[in-house]
Ligand binder design. Structure first.
Ligand SMILES: *Cc1c(COP(=O)(O)O)cnc(C)c1O
Length: 454
């Protein structure tokens, strides 16, 4: 690791220790002992700053609390891991985490009616309104991950034995959200190009009515699935669902926060997004938005009363269990939001970079793109059975040769050992980085005797 990265981390930790002195002191100021401790830490920080300036020194801190390794992959490398690319924090989110990391930190100024989305300082209430507007939906709530958004919807809408129609390429958490409420799933098959079409949804809806006597209670589909990141006919599927009066849940785990999403235009009754996957937010975080038609059901407030005490719980929402992201997660999400709102307008450029890389990879003889091509997303599944896998067959490191070569060039996130089908994301990489990435694959190919046609 470059020593400056190590020393920046040590400097941050040292600042935390300085801060801790104040957290232990009396409000009136530091004692003599505390001043001494503060001075010692400050001298340490000055040493670290000198090391950063001169690129000197040795790693002194390698663990947190004795056992937790430092994580510096985003500083040291280009990370192409598909689920991590768009969840990388903005500097603002990291700053928010440092000052709002304490437990229930957003509750400092929580006033009646005591609900997360009503807090005005920090401006959580405003953020909730902005989120709904961002998605062009009527209401929005933050949830601990997209999966908790599915869960809130299935818990509100699905009764035991009810059917939910979902994409055969859907995420496992969609299936489990149905299982948890004892529902049944029926799948909409993808076609031979791995696309889920509105026609297929129509057929399956009709089959459901024919075979169970009634339509499903919910239809859900990913706009771009996690396997190939192919685009599915969500607008058409929503339309078909509405013909049967069935609500449509738009799964935007791979879209909300990276590309423009207009819930009304899509015909979505619910829009679910993932904060840690696509909104530059810490895990767990996400968003569930609903239109007015269904908001009352999914955001239903408590009516229960204690039988002895008669206790009631105001306007707490049942599916949210009252409040959801009560601290650093919410505030970091809020801190990234201005960047997120702006970056979705630059989606075309991200798609260009994705196609640029895939074109260069396809220039390595024997390589193929499993995802639909040209690409409409930054995430792609590629097939290098005819290129890098032929090298792996005789290489002493087998499939690991490719990850070794990539790591050596400061590229991480490719599934270690995989040389047949594997996924990557170019999301958020600058053009310089994308070119570096493409050059690296060319170099590795040439070094191993593969033909590279530019
Ligand atoms: C990642 C993913 C999810 C789960 O998202 P969480 O925010 O981790 O719950 C759901 N659906 C799809 C399509 C995904 O890619």
């Amino acid at each position: 690791m470059e020593i400056r990265i190590q020393k920046i981390i040590e400097g941050l930790f040292c600042l935390e220790d300085l801060r801790e002195v104040y957290r232990q002191a009396l409000p009136t100021g530091l004692s003599d002992e505390e001043e001494t401790a503060f001075g010692a830490k400050l001298a340490e920080l000055e040493g670290i700053v000198t090391d950063i300036r001169n690129r000197t020194g040795h790693p002194r801190v390698t663990r947190i609390a004795g056992s937790i390794e430092l994580r510096t992959r985003e500083e040291q490398a280009i990370n192409i891991q598909p689920i991590q690319a768009a969840g990388r924090l903005t500097p603002e989110a990291r700053k928010a985490l440092t000052v709002y990391g304490d437990g229930y930190s957003v509750c400092d100024a929580c006033r009646k009616p005591f609900r997360l989305d009503k807090i005005t300082k920090p401006p959580s209430a405003q953020f909730h309104e902005d989120l709904a507007r961002f998605l062009n939906m009527d209401q929005a709530r933050v949830v601990p991950g997209a999966r908790r958004g599915f869960q809130a919807v299935t818990s509100a809408l699905v009764e035991k034995g009810d059917t939910v129609l979902l994409s055969s390429l859907g995420h496992y958490t969609e299936y489990i959200a149905v299982e948890q409420v004892h529902g049944a799933v029926r799948e909409i098959p993808a076609n031979d190009r791995a696309i889920v079409t509105a026609d297929a949804a129509a057929e399956r809806l009709e089959a459901c009515v024919r075979e169970t006597g009634r339509p499903p209670v919910l239809v859900m589909c990913d706009h771009f699935d996690y396997q190939n990141a192919n685009e599915h006919e969500v607008r058409g599927i929503a339309k078909i669902a509405h013909q049967y009066d069935v609500p449509f849940l738009y799964n935007g785990a791979y879209t909300v926060g990276v590309m423009p999403v207009d819930g009304k235009a899509l015909g979505a009754d619910f829009v679910v997004g993932s904060g840690h996957k696509s909104m530059a937010s810490p895990a767990p975080s996400g968003v569930l938005a609903a239109n007015d038609e269904y908001a009352d059901r999914v955001f239903k407030t408590t009516t229960l009363e204690g039988d002895l005490t008669g206790r009631r719980f105001g306007i707490k929402e049942v599916q949210m269990l009252g409040c959801t992201l009560m601290g650093g997660n919410l505030v970091a999400m809020m801190a990234s939001f201005p960047t997120v709102q702006e970056r979705v307008t630059r989606w075309d450029e991200e798609v260009k970079k994705s196609n640029f890389f895939i074109d260069r990879l396809l220039g390595i003889e024997g390589s193929a793109c499993v995802s639909e091509y040209p690409r409409k997303h930054a995430l792609s599944k590629v097939d290098t059975t005819g290129s890098f896998d032929t090298v792996a067959k005789t290489h002493k490191r087998k499939g690991y040769f490719l990850s070794d070569e990539l790591t050596r060039r400061g590229i991480v996130g490719q599934f270690a050992g995989a040389t047949r089908q594997w996924k990557l994301s170019t999301y958020g990489l600058s053009w310089r980085r994308v070119e570096y990435l493409a050059d690296a694959f060319d170099e590795i190919a040439e070094k191993n005797g593969l033909t590279v046609g530019r």
